[in-house]
Design a protein around this ligand. Structure first.
Ligand SMILES: [Fe+2]
Ligand SMILES: [Fe+2]
Length: 138
């Protein structure tokens, strides 16, 4: 079973491009979880993990560009949250890379990634829907 299941009601921010990004993040977390459960070698897990982080950074930038373009009042707080999440994800990846003996990601790491994505979309991201929709971004 997939770790994360998308449904518009819970997760849509009502902006097509950003929903597409968020869905891709769900897919990457699920791919990482599946690879972990299948006992894939560290190399394979590391590649998916890196891809997840790279795509996250790319997505955060896309949101921040929209915030700047339309002068979103909560830009600074939102950006700070992105920075904190990126930092934690990079720390987890460093720990994973440095761990010579263990070849699998822990379920704890997966739960952390799942929770931050869910909480960030449902809490922080959803706050921009009304503002950006009001600027004609949909
Ligand atoms: Fe965000
Ligand atoms: Fe987002």
């Amino acid at each position: 079973m997939a770790l994360m299941t998308w449904n518009d009601n819970d997760f849509s921010v009502n902006i097509k491009l950003l929903d597409t990004h968020h869905k891709k993040l769900f897919d990457l977390i699920n791919a990482l979880h599946d690879a972990m459960k299948q006992g894939k070698v560290k190399d394979v897990l590391g590649k998916i993990f890196s891809e997840l982080i790279e795509y996250t950074v790319y997505h955060f930038r896309a949101e921040e560009e929209l915030f700047q373009k339309y002068v979103y009042p909560e830009y600074q707080q939102h950006k700070k949250e992105h920075e904190d999440l990126t930092k934690t994800a990079l720390e987890l990846k460093d720990r994973f890379d440095a761990d010579q003996m263990r070849t699998v990601l822990t379920m704890e790491t997966m739960e952390f990634l799942k929770d931050w994505l869910k909480n960030h979309i449902c809490g922080t991201d959803k706050k921009y829907t009304k503002f950006l929709n009001g600027k004609g971004v949909a």
